[in-house]
Design a protein around this ligand. Structure first.
Ligand code: HEC
Length: 162
């Protein structure tokens, strides 16, 4: 068998090709990553300080008027109603969004008169629920638009980057 020794020019050309290939490959691998960055910035989680302390205080008053008879003063649940704080509750909602939880409350609660509370009242109560579940408060109030709330993910445990 004859093994052809590559000429200097051939070796150079082959190196140039390898570099180009590596660059193209590298771009192909990284491009989808870069293109998803803006989207990731837009979607937030309950760990990003998505409600204010004052809103939670308003929500506490409303909760005590509208929800506590069934779900308990400390959100631990009652004879019939499930808890709205703690591990079991968070396990139910982990991976879903605040929009999902908001709609569940807005359309089915209070159980004895569903759908009668305003969006603002529901948003304030939700802020209080986040507070009791030990998610951090922040500088802006929780919005009352379902579409915006759907961009905030419920994550039961604190993600790595915090
Ligand atoms: C009359 C009693 C009663 C009142 C008042 C009430 N709830 Fe409920 N709630 C229940 C019961 C019972 C369930 C479970 C059965 C069901 O889902 O319909 C429930 C379920 C829920 C769930 C689902 C929990 C889960 O993990 O799946 C949420 C969230 C909730 N309630 C929030 C609220 C909020 C917020 C209020 C006040 C605005 C409220 N409830 C008022 C009785 C009540």
């Amino acid at each position: 068998m004859i093994v052809l020794k590559p000429t200097t020019a051939g070796a150079k050309a082959s190196r140039a090709w390898k570099i180009t290939a590596a660059a193209v490959l590298g771009f192909a691998v990284l491009a989808p990553f870069y293109s998803t960055l803006p989207a990731q910035e837009k979607s937030r989680s309950v760990w990003d300080g998505v409600y204010t302390e004052e809103q939670a205080r308003r929500g506490q008053t409303l909760y005590n008027q509208q929800c506590s008879t069934c779900h308990g003063d400390t959100l631990a649940g009652g004879e019939m109603a499930p808890p709205l704080a703690g591990g079991e509750f968070l396990a139910n909602w982990n991976g879903l969004t605040l929009g999902d939880l908001f709609e569940r409350i807005r359309t089915t609660m209070p159980l004895n008169k569903p759908g009668m509370l305003s969006r603002q009242t529901n948003a304030d109560i939700l802020a209080y629920m986040l507070d009791v579940n030990k998610f951090p408060d922040g500088k802006t109030e929780l919005p009352r638009e379902t579409e915006v709330l759907k961009q905030i993910k419920i994550e039961a445990t604190k993600p790595e980057h915090f």
